[in-house]
Design a protein around this ligand. Structure first.
Ligand SMILES: NC(=O)c1ccc[n+]([C@@H]2O[C@H](COP(=O)([O-])OP(=O)(O)OC[C@H]3O[C@@H](n4cnc5c(N)ncnc54)[C@H](O)[C@@H]3O)[C@@H](O)[C@H]2O)c1
Length: 666
């Protein structure tokens, strides 16, 4: 069978042979054994819904075994034998190019070079699923290959509910991931419903097919580190020889040393897992590996003295570095943490004074004691950070729930009002006011021909558009424009492309629209092939997350999720090719609602209309909300947009003098 024939057949007519997992691959962690016997039976019954009764006996036993072994039913036997990667768009069997674009992006998210646990359909974050099982993958690809541009495929947490009649202006796919009734949004609810096969954790760009490998996170981290230094340095100073102390060299956190090098500082990144540290060193993402804390102290002193730009991976626990640097009076200029505190009890965060291997045993054999050790360490960790910040370190939470979990552990991280944290999140202080409130966020595109020359041409087009826009930009956003022009000029030489030919940069609404328009024009003229637009959910409007994306909202609305919901609905009728909305992503299940889109540009006038309408709303929805929350930068940005766009009418806040409130309730 050819690749196209295999896609078209969906679930095969004949039961495929049973498969065993290849050795030495990165397998997903074994999930909790959380179901009762009756619920396990229900999980098997649910899984068998995808198959003809003739196969039930054989598959029931096999699925029961998967549930026992892995805590989930992946239906591994049904994983296709062809290689999974983003092929050129023409390789996909499809009646509409829009559907082919979605197939390309799905395959990119499952490419073993891109995905963390491809056998279990996990793209990143340990649990960011594209689908729950291989039957869903086969059916979705089949639906996409047969659908017309007058149908829409509705996906419920990876499950294809079916093709429904719609119109050519409707999205081809509508994705929901992890949507539950709010009262059922605790981590164990996810464990249970995921084991039953009725929901999944889509993270942000995993379940929405918009992941583009490490490039996205390196760019975002670079922007964050550069702007963090800007907050504390004098105008004439640069980050050379200044320290950025942090932890984690995993999936996302591994970007920190690379970003530190691009930003031009000394990065010290502790990692307890020697394998993770070695992998990043071999990849060239971190310059030096050190496993002796005395050596680390000496090497850091030397780097400071020589004003170096260097990144150091310390193999060991971050707590030891904070404490030792405190004793040695080594001042870290900026500090953060990217251990996986969104999953603190299952290996996201390793306690001090227990080896990595011993911790892993404790997690399995005495989870209660492990939890105690984690909380004890968090208190110690925060105490040491407090000592440093008293001496001038600028510490920020990096969206990994560090402050949230530390506060739950009783660490001294609360502000005087006992409501807020002592330290800002990176969005509160950096990305929010410096980027999101002005509309700057992670715009991305994929060249669907798979050709390097197309990517090179789009880089040049984007740089040209941004340079032109910068000339007329107000002072408030000039730095953001310049950072992204520098980034796009060096993007190719940073060699960040893995999988599809993709690029990311931060731009505001007008930048995104002008770049997309220029791409569409180049496609029309035959200079490049078709292009798929998208973005990270971690953006101006896509995500409501009170401890991250919307942490700089201070009008009491940061626990609402209206913005993300409006965004997905608004994008869907303004021309998106597919839209998605998720519960969970980054900070954890129940802690965030986030959404995104994908849009195919094919060089037509219709694409021109859609891109203008949808990208405009996709950014300005969030600026309007941020402005209503009285954020100065957003008020500036939305007023500027209203001047340029007469049919945009946004409700503006009237500001109240603080004095007026003082004695009202005394
Ligand atoms: N800021 C953002 O934009 C952003 C984006 C994505 C993810 N995140 C969050 O960042 C966190 C990290 O994501 P990831 O994909 O890198 O996760 P990951 O699990 O792949 O990596 C975390 C690493 O931290 C290490 N670690 C744990 N405890 C440690 C300790 N005490 N000392 C030293 N090292 C320790 C682990 O061994 C692991 O390698 C997650 O909570 C994620 O949700 C933030």
């Amino acid at each position: 069978m050819t690749f196209k024939e295999e896609i078209l057949q969906g679930i095969p007519d004949k039961l495929p042979l049973k498969k065993s997992y290849p050795k030495d691959i990165n397998r997903a962690p074994k999930r909790k054994d959380i179901l009762s016997v009756a619920e396990k039976q229900l999980a098997i019954k649910n899984a068998l819904r995808y198959f003809t009764e003739d196969w039930h006996k054989e598959l029931a036993a096999e699925f029961a075994n998967e549930l026992k072994e892995f805590g989930r039913i992946y239906m591994y036997r049904f994983k296709p034998n062809y290689k999974i990667f983003a092929r050129p768009i023409s390789a996909y069997p499809a009646k509409t190019k829009q559907a082919a674009a979605i197939m390309l992006m799905i395959q990119n998210n499952l490419n073993p070079d891109v995905a963390q646990h491809p056998e279990e359909l996990i793209t990143y974050g340990g649990n960011g699923a594209v689908f729950q099982n291989w039957a869903q993958y086969l059916l979705v690809m089949q639906y996409l290959s047969t659908m017309t541009n007058k149908q829409t495929l509705h996906l419920y947490s990876g499950h294809p509910m079916g093709l429904f009649p719609s119109s050519k202006n409707a999205p081809r796919v509508v994705v929901t991931n992890g949507m539950v009734i709010p009262n059922y949004s605790k981590p164990n609810d996810w464990e249970k419903m995921n084991a039953l096969g009725v929901t999944q954790y889509g993270q942000m760009t995993a379940g929405s097919f918009m992941y583009i490998g490490p490039q996205g996170i390196v760019h975002g981290t670079t922007i964050t580190v550069m702007n963090a230094f800007r907050k504390i340095l004098q105008k004439e100073e640069n980050p050379n020889g200044k320290i950025f102390l942090t932890a984690g060299l995993g999936g996302m956190s591994g970007a920190q040393p690379k970003a530190g090098n691009i930003a031009g500082c000394i990065t010290i990144c502790a990692e307890v897992n020697p394998k993770a540290a070695t992998k990043r060193h071999e990849q060239g993402w971190v310059d030096l590996l050190i496993d002796d804390i005395d050596v680390l102290v000496e090497r850091t002193r030397m780097a400071k003295k020589n004003n170096e730009i260097v990144s150091i991976a310390f193999i060991g626990n971050i707590i030891n570095v904070w404490e030792r640097f405190d004793e040695e009076k080594i001042c870290s200029h900026i500090g953060s943490d990217q251990t996986s505190l969104h999953i603190p009890w299952t290996g996201g965060y390793y306690p001090a004074d227990i080896s990595y291997a011993a911790s892993n045993i404790l997690i399995r054999e005495n989870p209660e004691l492990f939890k105690e050790k984690v909380q004890e360490s968090l208190r110690r960790h925060a105490k040491s950070i407090n000592n440093h910040t008293k001496k001038g370190t600028y510490f920020f939470d990096y969206g990994n729930a560090f402050l949230l979990e530390s506060s739950r552990a009783g660490a001294n991280v609360m502000a005087e009002n006992n409501i807020d944290f002592k330290y800002p999140s990176y969005v509160q202080d950096i990305l929010g006011p410096m980027c999101f409130d002005y509309g700057f966020g992670p715009f991305r595109w994929v060249c669907a021909t798979g050709k390097q020359e197309d990517l090179d041409k789009t880089d040049k087009i984007a740089a040209k558009v941004l340079k032109k826009l910068m000339k007329k930009s107000p002072a408030e956003i000039k730095l953001q424009m310049q950072d992204n022009i520098t980034w796009i000029k060096n993007a190719k030489s940073n060699k960040m492309v893995v999988g599809s030919k993709a690029r990311i940069l931060y731009a505001d609404a007008s930048g995104r629209i002008k770049i997309a328009k220029a791409f569409n024009k180049a496609i029309k003229k035959g200079k490049i092939g078709v292009v798929i637009l998208g973005r990270d959910h971690h953006d101006v409007s896509g995500t409501d997350s009170p401890f991250r994306e919307t942490s700089n909202i201070y009008d009491g609305s940061k626990f609402t999720a209206d913005m993300a919901i409006h965004n997905v609905i608004g994008d869907s009728f303004r021309g998106a090719t597919w839209v998605s909305i998720h519960n969970g992503g980054g900070v954890g299940w129940g802690e965030v609602i986030n959404g995104g889109f994908g849009m195919l540009l094919n060089g037509t006038k219709t694409a021109d209309k859609k891109l203008k309408s949808m990208l405009f709303y996709d950014v300005n929805n969030g600026i309007a909300r941020r402005s209503w929350a009285r954020n100065d930068e957003a008020i500036f940005a939305i007023k500027r947009e209203m001047e340029r766009t007469p049919n945009l009418k946004v409700t503006l806040p009237n500001l109240v003098k603080e004095n007026l409130l003082k004695n009202l309730f005394s």
